[in-house]
Structures are given as structure tokens and as C-alpha cells.
Design a binder for this molecule. Structure first.
Ligand code: NAI
Length: 332
């Protein structure tokens, strides 16, 4: 039995994590949940955004499944998501974007895995005002070590999963030191993997290439902010944020979560699509060595997604979160 720290999160988080619990129970996944709060809900209940009990639970179980957590825009507390990634050194954010049979999109051949550096770069939120609050600076710290471990993880993944190519995405023509360092490290690491093709792309060109010819790309490795933006772009190519999973991986701890946020516009309405969360949970099952159950659930999920009427509104269907969940369970 694997024990997993479950963070339901807020917004649509509790609804979609309930869906995962129901599907796992029906499929007989060998997982026990240790449920923990984080973010505003934890602050309201325990007076802490990241309670010590959550930290201890993650340290003990080493695997977490996390629902989305809201971050106030332009004010308030630092993102809990970013804090957890930095606190546990979850340096590789892995976000697969793969076409799903039956899900209508302009392309049918997308199979891209994004490796996004998860602990540094412009996304770290290291910002300062000048003394008159008229100029704001943000620090784009890129380190050799931080870049190397992410890029190595991307090449190792390519080798392990029989993938052919890693594309290093950067802006080294302008950010010659920071993005330049990431590119330099990537080209160095690539030399150790002569069996994997390596190429580089400037990030703006990469976006254009992806919307025209996504089938040309395999694994993309990039810094934190570029990786974040690229992964929403790729999500859009395969059916949207409702279907795109993610994993935050460190050397000895992993937290799995969907790419999307807490979707406050549909929270509490039983409308959210739990697919992205479920796919993240399936990545977790593979990580836990329960690949057989994961494959069985994935088949039921894809069989459901192939029937539009059985899907949630964002996929063109009319089902609620709970009905969609039951549709998947019926196909197990
Ligand atoms: P969002 O991903 O929450 O929503 C963007 C759009 O996609 C909305 O129209 C929403 O209804 C839709 N959407 C997202 N997930 C969906 C799902 N599962 N099913 C159906 N529709 C879905 O992004 P937004 O609005 O930029 O952020 C809202 C909050 O979420 C913010 O506080 C943000 O900081 C937080 N956030 C948290 C993340 C995390 O916990 N990992 C990641 C991204 C954002």
C-alpha cells in the first residue's frame, strides 16, 4: 500500500480531487490518502499557508497529489505552488502534451513532453522596488547546477522512454548571460547522450513552430517562465487546460498536479473537467510502480473522452464533474 499526501487545494481543487479518489477506489488502486490543507484554506483553519503537518506528511510519504491553489494577483502571499517546489527542490516540472483520440483539435500528432526548470529563473518571484516604488526589478537567476540537473533529467527521460530528440528552448540572443548559460549547459549535457538528437530554438520562434508543426517536436527543455508559457500553449494544442497533466520531480520527492489553476470562474459548480488531474494521478501511479492500474484507468478515460456527450462542457459535452467521473468508472 502506498500512502500519498493529498492536497485538495481550493477553487475546483476539492471537486476534481474527489473524482480521483472515486476512480482510484473503483479501479482498486493500492493508494491510501493522507489529506492535508495548503493556501488560503489552511491559513483560515490553522493560521499557516503551508502547515507543518503538510510538510511532515510530504517528507514522510515522498509522494504528493496536489489540486490547484489560488495565488493573489499583484499582491498578497507568494504562490504556494512555487514555495512547495522550492522548499522540496522539485527541480523538474514535467508536462506531457499528447493528442487524445476523439478529442477534436487542429492536430492529431502532438506528442511533446516539456521539461521546465522549476526552482529558479524569472518565475522565482525575486522582485524589488526602487526607493520610490516607481521601478520594479525581477531577478532572472539561472545557475549552472540548476540548469544541469533539469537538462540531464530531460535527456535521461528521453533515453528511458525511447524518445528521439531534445529541443533546448531559450532566449540567449538577448539574455546572453542567463539564457546563454542554460543553452551552454544544455549543449554540454547533450554531448553525453549521442543517441539523442539535440537542437535549440529561440522561444518566440518555438511558439510559432509549435502552432504550425507540433508533430516535429519531442522533448522540450526550458527555463521556468518560458516552460510555463510553452506548456499552456501545448495544452491548447491537445484539448486545453482541462486535459493536461504535470509532475514536479526532485531527487527524492515528487508532487503531481495538473497544469491548470483553481478556475474560480467555475468553482463549486460541478463543471470542472477532472481529466488533467486524473492524468497527473496516473503519472503518479506509474511513479509508484502501479502502471497496470494506471493503464486500465487511462483506457477507461480515453474511451470516455472519445464520446463527446459523455464529457464535461470544456470538451464540448454536457456532463457534470460527477457524471463524467461515473462515466469513466463505468468503463473500467
Ligand atoms: P486557470 O487554469 O485556473 O483557468 C483558466 C481557464 O481555464 C478558466 O476559464 C477556467 O475555467 C478553465 N479551466 C481550468 N481548469 C479547468 C478544468 N479542469 N476544467 C474546465 N475548465 C478549466 O487559470 P487562471 O484563471 O489564470 O488562474 C486562477 C487561479 O489559479 C490563480 O489564483 C492562479 O494563481 C492559480 N493557479 C494555480 C496553479 C496551481 O495550483 N498549480 C497553476 C495555475 C494557476
Amino acid at each position: 500500500m502506498s500512502v500519498v499526501t493529498l492536497i485538495p487545494g481550493d477553487g475546483i481543487g476539492p471537486e476534481i480531487t474527489q473524482s480521483i479518489k472515486d476512480i482510484f477506489a473503483a479501479a482498486g488502486a493500492d493508494v491510501q490518502w493522507d489529506e492535508q490543507l495548503a493556501g488560503q484554506v489552511a491559513l483560515d483553519k490553522y493560521g499557516e499557508l503551508i502547515p507543518q503537518t503538510l510538510v511532515e506528511s510530504l517528507k514522510q510519504h515522498k509522494v504528493g497529489l496536489k489540486g490547484p491553489i489560488s495565488t493573489p494577483i499583484g499582491k498578497g502571499f507568494k504562490s504556494i505552488n512555487v514555495s512547495l517546489r522550492q522548499m522540496f527542490n522539485l527541480y523538474a516540472n514535467i508536462r506531457p502534451g499528447k493528442s487524445i483520440k476523439g478529442v477534436e483539435t487542429p492536430f492529431t500528432d502532438v506528442d511533446v513532453v516539456i521539461f521546465r526548470e522549476n526552482t529558479e529563473g524569472l518565475y522565482s518571484g525575486l522582485e524589488i522596488w526602487d526607493e520610490k516604488n516607481q521601478i520594479a526589478d525581477a531577478l532572472n537567476r539561472i545557475s549552472y547546477k540548476g540548469s544541469e540537473r533539469l537538462l540531464r533529467a530531460a535527456f535521461e527521460y528521453a533515453r528511458k522512454h525511447g524518445r528521439k530528440k531534445v529541443t533546448i528552448v531559450h532566449k540567449a540572443n538577448i539574455l546572453k548571460l542567463s539564457s546563454g548559460l542554460f543553452l551552454k549547459v544544455g549543449l554540454e549535457v547533450a554531448k553525453e547522450y549521442p543517441d539523442i538528437e539535440c537542437e535549440e530554438r529561440i522561444v518566440d520562434n518555438m511558439c510559432m513552430q509549435l502552432v504550425r508543426n507540433p508533430g516535429m517536436y519531442d522533448i522540450l527543455a526550458s527555463t521556468n517562465l518560458f516552460g510555463d508559457i510553452l506548456s499552456d500553449l501545448v495544452a491548447g494544442l491537445v484539448g486545453g487546460l482541462g486535459v493536461t497533466p504535470g509532475a514536479n520531480i526532485g531527487d527524492d520527492l515528487a508532487i503531481f498536479e495538473a497544469v491548470h489553476g483553481s478556475a474560480p470562474d467555475i468553482a463549486g459548480q460541478n463543471k470542472a473537467n477532472p481529466t488533467a488531474m486524473l492524468k497527473s494521478a496516473l503519472m503518479m501511479l506509474h511513479h509508484l510502480g502501479q502502471g497496470n492500474v494506471a493503464d486500465r484507468i487511462e483506457k477507461a478515460l480515453h474511451d470516455t473522452l472519445a464520446i463527446k456527450e459523455e464529457c464535461t462542457g470544456d470538451m464540448g459535452g454536457r456532463c457534470s464533474t460527477t457524471t463524467f467521473t461515473q462515466n469513466v468508472i463505468n468503463k473500467l
